[in-house]
Ligand binder design. Structure first.
Ligand code: TEU
Ligand code: CA
Length: 551
């Protein structure tokens, strides 16, 4: 496989609203990010994925864009953005922007124009339908495809007596990707950002842009890959940049279609198969069932072995997911060890690792007592459907789902120190800070050489600058002990080195027999237990993890 710079990179995701507030308005901003670049350089990351900072009414915290080429006032100015690109660049850190072009904000000028009249120049930038009339002549909406944030996918617009389509909130009207003029405007905007020297794009729900609404098709429409190829050819394909598509339903086969370099589409995709294993078959994330550990091993291993002509992303966390240490680890007595275990298990795999802000210090889920303390539009929209309208879940059942899987778990302000509001702001934070900030914060982590932070720092160093780099990046993956009930173990191997990765995924003691070849002559590459001694059979503490290396 031709080597690419992003094969060796580690990406750090920043949700700007919650990262660092520089001006005391309680909202994170770009100057706040700039003030923390030295911290990120110390961690050793190469790329920042910046969640949207564009102009937006903030209905979905910036994933509803009203001007793709200007910065939201709460985040700063374009001069701040240019300074961030400059300051990150001097530290060897690239910035990839979040490209949200499945939909725009309803306050974008395109939509403001489109809804003025049926023959407006921008009308066809969006998806409009008349709906039918009942026997009394009243309009009835077209077939509802189910909005991700509750309610219908059709919103009635009185001005032109028609409905427009939106998969997300009614303030996020879907763009019509069949319109060539629209597509060209989007490619021009992308090139404008690429010319500013960004390192690439994360592409929000890119698997939805090929939708065929009248056939009820939302994701993976027949035109999808043609559109991505056209985007590649018209914009980022002319630059040496990283592109990662968010594709919730991807399989290794479809991931190959997106990321096989010969197909000239994307560098890689985010697949979520491992992240939905404990979702309820009817209620999804809102009523999680227990995790099938054997199935998790099988799914993650399948992604390690079946993506032969494409490239993988590796992640446990992002701004839409609960924090892994609370979700499948232990955010109580074993928080540090379980957080390190997740890091070792993931970062030794094949693919580009993504670290979500706060993951590197073991930040945990949060538990606000009242529904109104939560900000997320998805929580409030789904509550209206599932609890109030359909009575599928009780309030208490839904709140348990929010505590376990609500998106705000990832969006509480970054915990920098043990000062008020965890040093995130001198004002009132837009979302409450997790009350465990006095124990869990960057300042504490940097002072403790055994902290989770230094485990991440070492894993990044091993991937980028160790004798094992090529083995970690390109080595063959083999799952061991497929049916072991507590331990996730695998090897990575190439012609020079072999690595054995062992992780006790549970809060119980366990045991593992070490393959003969590793008993003598291997070295301890990294470990959660400083007293580890290698012998034939090793008793593993709860969440204990280690890597052995062999020449
Ligand atoms: O998320 C896509 C998306 O489908 C998730 O919101 C998912 O539906 C949910 O988290 C699972 O329960 C992307 C962005 O990452 C998200 O933040 C935006 O809200 C969404 O698209 C709309 O732009
Ligand atoms: Ca601010």
């Amino acid at each position: 496989m031709e080597q690419k710079w992003w094969h060796k990179s580690v990406v750090y995701q920043i949700y700007p609203r919650s990262f660092m507030d520089s001006n005391g308005d309680g909202i994170g901003d770009i100057q706040g990010i700039i003030s923390k670049l030295d911290y990120l350089e110390k961690l050793g990351i190469d790329v920042i994925w910046l969640s949207p900072v564009y102009q937006s009414p903030m209905d979905d915290n910036g994933y509803d864009i009203s001007d793709y080429q200007d910065i939201a006032k709460e985040f700063g100015t374009m001069a701040d953005m240019d300074e961030l690109l400059e300051e990150a660049g001097t530290r060897g850190i690239k910035i990839i922007m979040d490209l949200v072009v499945n939909h725009s904000s309803d306050e974008h000028k395109w939509f403001l124009e489109a809804k003025k009249s049926v023959d407006n120049h921008y009308r066809d930038y969006y998806i409009w339908r008349e709906g039918k009339r009942d026997e009394d002549g009243n309009r009835i909406p077209p077939k509802d495809l189910g909005s991700a944030f509750g309610g219908s996918t059709w919103e009635y617009d009185e001005t032109t007596d028609m409905y427009y389509f939106h998969i997300f909130s009614k303030k996020q009207p879907d763009l019509n990707w069949e319109n060539e003029t629209l597509r060209q405007e989007i490619y021009d905007m992308m090139n404008w950002w690429l010319e500013k020297g960004i390192g690439g794009f994360r592409m929000d729900v890119i698997d939805l842009i090929g939708k065929e609404v009248d056939k009820g098709i939302k994701e993976n429409g027949p035109r999808l890959h043609d559109l991505i190829k056209e985007m590649h050819e018209s914009s980022f394909g002319n630059y040496d940049v990283l592109t990662v598509g968010e594709t919730w339903g991807a399989s290794p086969a479809s991931a190959t279609r997106y990321s096989d370099p010969d197909r000239k589409e994307l560098s890689m995709i985010f697949q979520f198969e491992h992240m939905v294993l404990d979702w309820h078959s009817v209620h999804g994330k809102w009523k999680p069932v227990g995790l099938d550990f054997i199935r998790l091993k099988r799914v993650m291993s399948k992604w390690q072995t079946d993506l032969t002509k494409g490239w993988n992303s590796l992640f446990w966390n992002n701004h839409d997911l609960p924090r892994i240490v609370s979700r499948w680890g232990n955010d109580g007595d074993h928080r540090e060890t379980s957080a390190k275990m997740f890091a070792i298990l993931l970062h030794m795999m094949k693919g580009t690792p993504y670290i979500y802000q706060g993951e590197e210090i073991g930040m945990t889920n949060v538990k606000f007592s009242r529904l109104e303390d939560y900000n997320d539009i998805e929580i409030h929209g789904t509550y209206k459907d599932k609890v109030l309208r359909d009575e599928e879940l009780t309030h208490e059942e839904f709140m348990r789902g929010v505590y376990q899987n609500g998106r705000d778990n990832a969006r509480t302000p970054m915990q920098w120190n043990n000062q008020e509001h965890a040093g995130f702001t001198t004002g009132n934070p837009w979302l409450q800070v997790n009350e465990n900030y006095e124990q869990i914060n960057v300042k504490e982590a940097l002072c403790d050489k055994r902290s989770i932070f230094y485990t991440y720092q070492k894993l990044i160093e091993l991937r980028k600058n160790s004798k094992y780099s090529d083995t970690i990046i390109y080595g063959d993956y083999t799952l061991l002990y497929r049916n072991h009930p507590e331990v996730f173990a695998y090897t990575r191997a190439d012609e020079n080195y072999k690595l054995l990765v062992v992780a006790n995924f549970t809060d119980t003691f366990s045991e593992i027999v070490i393959p003969d070849e590793f008993i003598n002559g291997s070295e301890i590459v990294i470990s959660t237990d400083k007293e580890l001694s290698v012998r034939e059979s090793i008793r593993l503490d709860p969440y204990e993890s280690f890597v052995l290396g062999l020449e």
